[in-house]
Design a protein around this ligand. Structure first.
Ligand SMILES: [Zn+2]
Length: 324
């Protein structure tokens, strides 16, 4: 495939290029302990809300060294994220507001949400933060066995929860909820919708969760029909994005509608309408159309569509709209 034709990497995606998750060694507790004591080890601390420490004077994560972990956080279990270069990377989860605030000062750090930091951090760090947030959310929310109600104990370097009831022992695995997100097109226009709670002018691609018994393509057709009444024929995969807000995987598609007839049945959306490339250009210029932030795959779907269908650069349009 022509490299120039590859879609741009979605925020938080592409971590496999820099991190080896070493999943096959998660049950080797002696090896994990050795990695955790290594002078090369790095620790990412997340608070109960899933916020991470950033450096005060740089748009970078504030990783803790082994000495800092031993001094302040030796009581916390560390979950192995993986190995990047020479460095084993670990997650620490601290759900204690007073200790977090004290550490923020001691480590000369500031806290930031994944949403706020996603576009500021270098791509590998944004991806590591997303991974850590997804894993920590699962650890925090999954404390009891769904079969027997006994407490779970984290095993496999933080990647499994084992039931402590000896008669049960069920293993619980981190969950990811699949969601589809799709740019629907029809003869030179694309379908975008808005929710009442969004900022004025914000229109985005339609999206929704996959239900039991559905393929991704089925979910695209159902969601588009539910939210807009538009009937979709062809559905083509575009790209995907981890979206741990709190536990989703966004799977992006370009779909083709049979007609432009919109029938709003449920009231999930306040409005849905068709936009030509020219309407997007004019709307961004006069402020009446505001695309999703570049953090989301929705933005990448619209950018791809404008480039393919009209030779337009969404980044440049947005930058130009800001300066007017
Ligand atoms: Zn159990």
């Amino acid at each position: 495939m022509d490299r120039a034709k590859l879609p741009p990497p979605n925020t938080f995606a592409g971590l496999s290029l820099v991190l080896d998750r070493v999943a096959e060694r998660r049950d080797d507790s002696a090896w994990i302990a050795e990695q955790a004591r290594s002078a090369q080890a790095r620790y990412l601390l997340l608070d109960g809300a899933g916020e991470a420490f950033l450096q005060c004077d740089h748009e970078r994560l504030r990783w803790l060294e082994i000495s800092e972990r031993e001094r302040w956080l030796d009581d916390l279990p560390a979950s192995l994220l993986g190995i990047a270069g020479e460095h084993p990377h670990f997650l620490l989860l601290l759900d204690d507001a007073a200790r977090i605030t004290a550490l923020e000062t001691a480590l000369d750090a500031r806290r930031a949400s994944l949403r706020a930091a996603g576009l500021l951090l270098p791509a590998p760090e944004a991806g590591l933060f997303a991974y850590a947030k997804g894993l920590s959310h699962w650890q925090r929310e999954t404390r009891y066995c769904t079969r027997c109600g006994f407490p779970l104990q984290l095993v496999a370097a933080g990647h499994r929860g084992q039931c402590t009831n000896p008669e049960c022992g069920h293993l619980h695995f981190p969950r990811t909820d699949a969601a589809v997100i799709m740019l629907v097109e029809h003869e030179g226009a694309c379908l975008l919708g808005r929710q009442a709670s969004w900022p004025p002018g914000r229109y985005s691609t339609l999206a929704g969760f996959v239900e039991p018994g559905e393929s991704l393509e089925d979910a695209v057709r159902r969601e588009v029909a539910e939210e807009s009444g538009v009937i979709v024929d062809e559905v083509h995969y575009h790209s995907s994005q981890p979206w741990p807000m709190p536990a989703s995987l966004m799977v992006g598609f370009i779909a083709t509608a049979r007609s432009r007839q919109i029938i709003m049945r449920d009231h999930e959306l306040e409005d849905a309408r068709w936009f030509t490339p020219q309407q997007v250009v004019d709307g961004i210029a006069d402020g009446s159309f505001v695309p999703s932030t570049a953090l989301s795959v929705s933005y990448q779907l619209l950018a791809h569509w404008l480039q393919e269908r009209a030779g337009l650069d969404l980044d440049a349009l947005v930058a130009g709209g800001d300066s007017r």
